[in-house]
Design a protein around this ligand. Sequence first.
Ligand code: PAF
Length: 280
Amino acid sequence: MKIVGTVKEVREQVKEWKKQGLSVGFVPTMGYLHEGHKSLMDAARKGNDKVVVSIFVNPMQFGPTEDLATYPRDLDHDAALCESAGVDLIFHPEAEEMYEKDFCSFVDMTGLTEGLCGKTRPIHFRGVCTVVNKLFNITPDHAYFGQKDGQQLAVIKRMVRDLNMDIEIVGCPIIREEDGLAKSSRNTYLSKDERKAALILSKAVKLGEDMAKAGEKDTDKIVSEMIKLIETEPMAKIDYVQAVDAVSVKPVKEMTAPVLVAMAVYIGKTRLIDNFIYEG
Ligand code: PAF
C-alpha cells in the first residue's frame, strides 16, 4: 500500500491502473478511521480491482466556531486499518495541496443543503461539494459514502446527477457499536457519562423505525415521539429531528417512501447525528 500526498501522484497511479483496464473504487474520509469507514473500504474492495482512500480533514467544510483544530487525527492507526482492508493507495494531502493560496472556485448547491445540518452549518455543504468534486476529478469510477451522513449522501448523489459527473455513488449502511451508538470519529470527544447519554440517539432512531414499520404514516407523530424520548436524557440538546424526502431533502408530512428521518443532537459540546431511511 502506498501513501502519497500530491494530486499528481494519485493521477499517475490511477492512469496506470486504467491503462491496465482496472476499475478503481474510492472512499473519501477525514481520517480517524473506524469500522464504519472499514465497511466502505470492504464494499469498495468487493466492487473494484483497486481501492483508493483519501484522508483529508477538509478545512472548507468547518465553520469558524467548529472543531477543525481539534478534529482527531492519527495517520499511523488509519494506515494500519487501510492496510488490513486491502487498500492500495492512501491520498493524504496537506491543505496547501488541495487549496492554493488564490483558490476561488467552489461547487455549491441550493435546496437540499438548506435544511437539517445545513441550517446550523451554513457553509458546510459548499465545502463538502467542493472537496468531493476535486477528489472525484482525481479518482474515478465508484465512490462509497456512509448512510450516517444521510443528507451528505443525498447532496453528493444530486451533485453527480446535476453536473453529469461520470462516477457511481454507492451508499453503505450505518455501522453501530454493539449497544447501538452509530460509529463516528467524533464519539472520541465523549466522556464516559456522555457516551452513555449518547445512546438516546439510537434509541430514538429505533423508536421511530418501529413506529414506521408498525404502519404509522404521520411523520409529525413519529418525530414528536422521538423528540419526547430524547428529551428524557438531561445531557441531550436537540438541534433537529426531522422527516424529509430522502432524495429532495424536503420536509414531508407523510411516510411515503423513501423518507429520511434524521437528527442532530448535542451531547454536552459534541454534536452527533443519526438517522433511518424508511423504504416502505
Ligand atoms: O464524510 C466525510 O468524512 C467528509 O464530509 C468527506 C466526504 C470526506 C468530505 O470531506
